[in-house]
Design a protein around this ligand. Structure first.
Ligand code: PEP
Ligand code: MG
Length: 327
């Protein structure tokens, strides 16, 4: 099976009825590049930059961040690299950030991700400078984690423009034009306001891990309620469906980059809901590609509509598994 998966690398991810699906990789550090390229990833749909801040006592300087990002951008050889700004807090801790994160009353609902970046603006400025400089060496996009409102996007854009101006005034080469700016859709409120958010961003990346957790109020890492964590809950599926619809209506790209995207069990459902870009760990990519090759898009859309009519996640599971077995 390893061999047949390796042969898949250069095969396009196209459905039986000829729709092209873009399969991209989720990356943490430059060392993950080799695997992403080997799996045939057509870009990086999610670079989790917080890993550059974890397991160390000091903060990475702009040059260090730039070097790491440039390595990834060049390694992807013309494919787009979607760089997410720092997403620490909640379950993701970084001792280099000291007491800033993970100490609140409820860290999952506290100072984390974009909220931290907008409070510690110099952190964000440094990161944006590194991203803009790396963007001079290939295609990059900027992705903002835990966005809950259009105001956060506008604030980040202001800071992005001022950083870009400063770098240009210093004669430093940066991405030209400026990279697209997108929002993670992973807070239920962001999904419900996706039509408003689509007016201020250039793309969406749906994070089904946090979206499931916050929608169902189930901690991703709490064993006692782990059995209730279910992305097939109708509420989660409706939020995904609405977000995808809002993106399509606003004509902006939308991808899914949570664990759901890397699990072939969900591929037909996500495609049926209108998703054409999936980003996942490189190890899962060949299996998802195999699944895409077997799917008929019209049948998948049809089944997705039937699933969206259901109220019960058990029934949803059954409809999905039945489709997967027969298609
Ligand atoms: C998500 O929440 O689905 C996601 C992709 O982001 P992370 O897993 O890094 O929180
Ligand atoms: Mg997340």
């Amino acid at each position: 099976e390893t061999r047949s998966l390796a042969l898949l690398r250069d095969v396009d991810a196209r459905t039986r009825d000829g729709e092209n699906i873009s399969l991209q990789a989720n990356l943490e550090l430059p060392r993950d590049l080799v695997q992403a390229v080997a799996a045939g990833a057509q870009g990086v749909g999610l670079l989790r930059t917080e890993f550059m801040f974890m397991n160390r006592e000091d903060l990475p300087a702009e040059d260090e961040q730039y070097d790491a990002l440039r390595t990834i951008v060049e390694g992807m050889d013309g494919y787009t690299v979607t760089i997410r700004t720092l997403d620490v807090g909640g379950e993701k801790l970084a001792s280099s950030l000291g007491d800033h994160v993970g100490t609140g009353v409820n860290p999952a609902l506290g100072l984390r991700a974009i909220r931290l970046s907008l409070k510690e603006i110099s952190l964000l400025e440094t990161q944006l400078a590194a991203i803009l400089r790396a963007g001079a060496h290939g295609q990059v996009r900027i992705l903002l984690p835990m966005i809950s409102s259009t105001n956060e996007v506008k604030e980040v854009k202001k800071i992005l423009f001022s950083v870009a101006e400063r770098l240009q005034a210093q004669g430093i080469r940066i991405a030209d034009p400026l990279p697209p700016v997108g929002a993670m859709i992973e807070i239920p409120g962001a999904a419900l306001a996706a039509d408003a958010l689509a007016q201020v961003v250039d793309f969406f990346a749906i994070g089904t891990n946090d979206l499931t957790m916050y929608t169902l109020a189930i901690d991703r890492s709490e064993e006692q309620v782990a059995h209730l964590y279910n992305p097939l809950h109708p509420a989660v599926l409706r939020l995904i469906q609405f977000s995808v619809g809002a993106a399509l209506r606003a004509r902006i790209p939308v991808s899914v980059c949570g664990e759901m995207a890397g699990d072939p069990r969900f591929t037909a459902l996500l495609l049926g809901l209108g998703v054409r870009d999936l980003s996942m760990s490189a190890t899962g990519l060949p299996r998802v590609k195999k699944r895409v090759l077997k799917i008929d898009m019209r049948a998948a859309s049809h089944r997705a509509m039937a699933i969206m009519d259901q109220h019960d996640s058990g029934r949803i599971s059954a409809l999905l598994d039945d489709f997967n077995e027969s298609h």
